[in-house]
Design a protein around this ligand. Structure first.
Ligand code: HSE
Length: 372
């Protein structure tokens, strides 16, 4: 079995990755070498199929890393920035698989989302490409959900309004959101026991708690519980957030659309109080008038994970929410209808688990392709 260096397996995305690798019996297909940035010499994780007589290697030890034909990291962008150039400078020509954004838009990288761009990945492997990077979570989830239209080149332009979960920021962000919910509940707990208490009194106490500095906003910079934050990632200075920009740049890269073929896909990316599933509402102009039932079939049949949800209240409320999707590999897509602007205009709403298909799964599958 091929040896694979694993870095960042203890973090949130890494933990989800390990869980998926156990579920898919991946450890029977590779020889994992676990690295740590802080605990070299310590025990490797006890996972089904993993030889626990080994110990952790030092994730900054270039010589040890360079012995491996494949390295997969979910350690984050700072680690990639630090270690990756040193590894290449040391002459390493192995395959680097990374969940961080650092190398994503590099010309030498392929953004991996094999149900959508397997041909790009296969051609890359054949041609000696050795940087394979998981896409931004919103991009991967949207591209999988709308694969039926995007892969057939049927979208002339689109906009995505996102509803992104706290997990996209990280584990601490999830905790901050949950603490925030707790604070809000605490300030009105007594009044809630009395179903006749004046609702405007509760409302007043909640907004006071959100405004008086009593809530922890270390991670998000503003209270998220009971509110939203219409900006994700850094300010590019041109009216776009980095997350807005990724939506267009990465999607086009995954689809191999450049130059005249570049697809305008604008976003307004918004953080909401969901825990780990990202949602997005899309408006699209199609390249032609396609009957709605054909659109539905194309969406539903594009890949094994997308699930078309009929555009009814009942189905949408039941199947098209973060609560329905979290912890599953499903990418439901629904709220599809023709819009009043004209027969080529449609809406759609899609949801996906930000840690599974949004982060861990594309790189896990790339690992299996590279070792297969
Ligand atoms: N930038 C994304 C977010 C997560 O903050 O939700 C990483 O892809």
């Amino acid at each position: 079995a091929p040896s694979v260096g694993l870095v960042g397996w203890r973090g949130m995305v890494g933990s989800v990755l390990m869980q998926r690798m156990v579920e898919e019996h991946d450890f029977t297909k590779i020889n994992p070498v676990f690295f740590s940035t802080s605990n070299a010499g310590g025990p490797v994780p006890e996972l089904e199929g993993v030889d626990t007589s080994e110990t952790l290697e030092d994730a900054h030890d270039i010589e040890t890393l360079a012995k491996l034909p494949i390295i997969l990291t979910t350690q984050g962008g700072d680690y990639t920035n630090d270690v990756y150039p040193k590894l290449r400078a040391a002459g390493w020509d192995g395959i680097w698989i990374d969940a961080a954004s650092t190398l994503r838009m590099d010309d030498e990288s392929i953004i991996v989302l094999d149900p959508v761009n397997r041909d790009q990945i296969d051609a890359g492997l054949k041609n000696g490409v050795n940087q394979f990077v998981g896409g931004n979570c919103t991009v991967s989830l949207m591209t999988l959900g709308l694969g039926g239209l995007l892969r057939n080149g049927l979208v002339e332009w689109g906009t995505a309004m996102t509803y992104q979960a706290a997990s996209g920021g990280g584990a601490r962000h999830m905790r901050e959101l949950l603490k925030g919910f707790g604070t809000l509940h605490d300030v009105v707990a007594d009044e809630l026991k009395d179903s006749n208490s004046a609702i405007l009194e509760l409302d007043k106490k909640v907004i006071e708690a959100q405004r008086n500095g009593s809530m922890d906003v270390t991670e998000f910079g503003a209270p998220l519980a009971g509110s939203l934050i219409p900006w994700i990632d850094s300010d590019l200075g041109n009216g776009m957030s980095r997350e807005d920009w990724k939506g267009m740049a990465e999607t086009n890269k995954i689809l191999g659309r450049t130059g005249d073929n570049f697809m305008p896909l604008e976003s307004v990316t918004v953080r909401i109080g969901a825990l780990r599933s990202h949602s997005q509402a899309l408006t699209m102009k199609l390249t032609k008038d396609i009957p709605l039932d054909e659109i539905e079939d194309m969406l539903d049949n594009d890949n094994d994970w997308v699930k078309f949800v009929p555009n009814t209240k009942e189905a949408s409320v039941e199947q098209l929410t973060p609560v329905a999707v979290t912890g599953t590999m499903d990418i439901p897509v629904g709220r599809v209808r023709k819009l009043s602007m004209g027969p080529e205009y449609i809406s759609a709403f899609t949801v996906g688990d930000q840690l599974l298909w949004g982060a861990a799964e594309p790189v896990r599958r790339m690992l299996m392709i590279a070792t297969g």
